[in-house]
Structure formats: structure tokens, C-alpha cells
Design a protein. Structure first.
Length: 279
């Protein structure tokens, strides 16, 4: 094991041999650089803990500068002197910690079915499987930072509504991760992310658009390209202003058959309403 004053120049000057070796710093005991037969060089720290020699990699020379590596080594070696300081143990625990995909699976199987109605469950599953899983992949729950979340949020800037929903779901998952012991308390990385403003999406059909829709529904009914139930569902939506899910799950107990006429503008479609849906 050689000893050098670790700087950019001295690390570059280290000779490559047929076997890897470590050169330690003359000023900071335990700070070293491993030289591989391939020519690559990696900064590391070495220390003893409970009678064992432990090593923790800091990073590859070239990607990590000698100055940054020295600062990181100082922090890691300083933590060793504490009662519970063991960078290698923390590294091993991090490797064994839960991945984001595993957190998503637990969230969807243990929390969502109990706490959410079916339509919400579908939205949560969609966000996890289409946006969170592909982005975070196998990243550890403990390692997710505000920077990571900001990058995810930025990747969804073209769909601000979905970005807001996905960020809200991720925030809930991170809160649960704290409850389940996967992250430290009060470390939710979503809290400082500013949401995108949403544009108002509600709009009423114009008389011309209503007429066109009525003609399309009549044509679909006559040609039987759509079922009579689908056509009726659209007409009831126009009559009542109900949500689509409310019409899809409409039961006869909600219908008042004694109401023969009403003042809804369905006449624009060439139809006369014969029922009233109680909302």
C-alpha cells in the first residue's frame, strides 16, 4: 500500500499494474484511492469497527474530483468516531432497504383497497404503474430526494393535471413510508415542490354542438353502430349533468317515472324527456 498526498495530479500519476492496489493519503488517515488493472481509479475510505476492517467507496476518479472525495471522506471518517457511526453498515442497510416499486405494490395492495373507493383505486394504480414505477424503477425509498421528485414533476409539465395527481399520490406514499419505517420521520421529499397551475376545464356545449351531438346519437341509434344503452346514457348525461360514473351505475330506484315533462333543453336534440333522474 503506497502513501501519497491525494490530489488530481498525484492520482493521475499512479501506475497501473496487473493487480489492483490502494494508495492512502498522507494527511487524512483512512482516505485512499484504489487503482484497478483496467486503469480506473476509485476513491474510498477504510477504517476499523469492532475489530473488523471496513471499506466504503466514495466514487470514481474523473466523475468525482479529489477535492470532493476528500470532503466526503472527512465526513465519513468523522462519523466513525461517533457511538453509532458505521458508514459501511449504513451502506448495507441502504442496499437492503425497500425499493420504490415494492413501496408502490404495498401501497396498492394494503392501503388503497381499504381506504379508497373503486374509481380512486383505479386512478392511484394508473399513476403508480404508468408514471412512478417507470421513473423510479429500483431506486431505494430512503434515497429519494426533493431533486428526484422535481425531475419527475418536470417530466409531466405537459400534463399538469396528471402531474398534480401523481405528486399527491407520491406524497401519500412517502408519508406511509415514514409510518412503515422505510424513511426517517419528516423527510417527505414532495413537500417543497410547487404544483403547476391548472386551467379551468369545464365548458358547456354550444347550440350548434348540441345539435351535432344529437344528430350523431340518432344516426348511431338508427345504424346500430352503438347500443341503445350507450345512446341513452349520453342523452341522460345531457338531461341531468350527472357524472359519467353516476349514469353508468344508475338504478331504477333513482328514477321518477311519474314525472312526464320537464324544462331541460333536450328539445334541441329533437327529443322530449319522459323521466326525471333524482340527483
Amino acid at each position: 500500500m503506497a502513501k501519497i498526498k491525494i490530489t488530481k495530479r498525484t492520482v493521475e500519476a499512479l501506475k497501473v499494474t496487473s493487480k489492483d492496489y490502494i494508495a492512502f493519503d498522507t494527511d487524512l488517515p483512512g482516505f485512499g484511492v484504489r487503482v484497478m488493472p483496467s486503469g480506473k481509479r476509485f476513491f474510498l475510505v477504510q477504517y476499523r469497527r469492532h475489530g473488523r476492517t471496513r471499506r466504503v467507496m466514495i466514487g470514481q476518479f474523473g466523475i468525482v474530483t479529489a477535492e470532493l472525495a476528500r470532503r466526503e471522506a472527512t465526513i465519513k471518517l468523522g462519523s466513525v468516531r461517533g457511538a453509532d457511526g458505521d458508514p459501511a453498515a449504513l451502506r448495507d442497510a441502504d442496499r437492503q432497504s425497500t425499493t420504490m416499486k415494492e413501496l408502490g405494490e404495498r401501497f396498492l395492495t394494503r392501503y388503497v383497497p381499504v381506504r379508497c373507493k373503486p374509481s380512486t383505486q383505479a386512478e392511484y394504480r394508473r399513476s403508480v404503474e404508468l408514471f412512478l414505477d417507470p421513473f423510479f424503477a429500483k431506486q431505494r425509498v430512503r434515497s429519494v430526494t426533493t431533486t428526484d421528485v422535481a425531475e419527475l414533476h418536470g417530466s409531466l409539465s405537459h400534463i399538469p393535471y396528471q402531474a398534480k395527481r401523481t405528486l399527491g399520490i407520491l406524497s401519500k406514499m412517502m408519508n406511509l413510508a415514514e409510518t412503515w419505517g422505510m424513511r426517517d420521520k419528516h423527510t417527505n421529499p414532495c413537500e417543497d415542490i410547487e404544483r403547476y397551475p391548472e386551467r379551468e376545464r369545464e365548458r358547456f356545449l354550444s347550440p350548434k354542438e348540441l345539435q351535432s351531438l344529437g344528430q350523431a346519437l340518432t344516426a348511431a341509434e338508427v345504424s346500430e353502430t352503438e347500443t341503445k344503452y350507450a345512446v341513452a346514457a349520453f342523452r341522460i348525461l345531457l338531461l341531468t349533468g350527472c357524472r359519467l360514473s353516476e349514469i353508468q351505475t344508475l338504478g331504477w330506484r333513482y328514477v321518477d317515472l311519474d314525472r312526464k315533462n320537464c324544462d331541460y333543453p333536450i328539445a334541441r336534440l329533437g327529443q322530449r324527456p319522459s323521466i326525471l333522474v333524482r340527483r
